[in-house]
Design a protein around this ligand. Sequence first.
Ligand code: HEC
Length: 102
Amino acid sequence: MKKILLIALSSMTMLSAQVQENVEVPYIPYEIKMGKGFDTVQANCLMCHSFGYIINQGPQSRDFWAKKVDKMIVHFKAPITKEDAKTVTNYLFEQYGNGKEK
Ligand code: HEC
């Protein structure tokens, strides 16, 4: 009887030990790179979605970024002027580019 009680007790302490374990939620900050034109990106690109959409693409060519900005304007009706589109494309290519034009 004593043995059973001991086993029951020890298994209970094991259970509570599991519950008391600290649960750490990783903090993953978006890596937003400041640079020339960032304010234009902030004003034109973050009204509909987060910066994650941009970062998730990985390093890409200038052509890729130009087409993405174009897609936002044509398909999603983003109100971006031609000049701002250029600034944003330059920023994206400088900060998140792969060094290739195409
Ligand atoms: C009018 C709203 C709007 C604006 C402004 C906007 N986007 Fe988007 N964007 C969207 C939508 C809608 C999607 C697609 C969401 C989905 O598929 O779930 C998207 C998706 C994306 C993606 C993911 C890849 C893809 O092809 O779908 C990227 C990259 C992106 N946007 C970049 C930009 C950039 C850069 C700007 C600024 C020039 C911008 N967006 C401005 C609406 C917008």
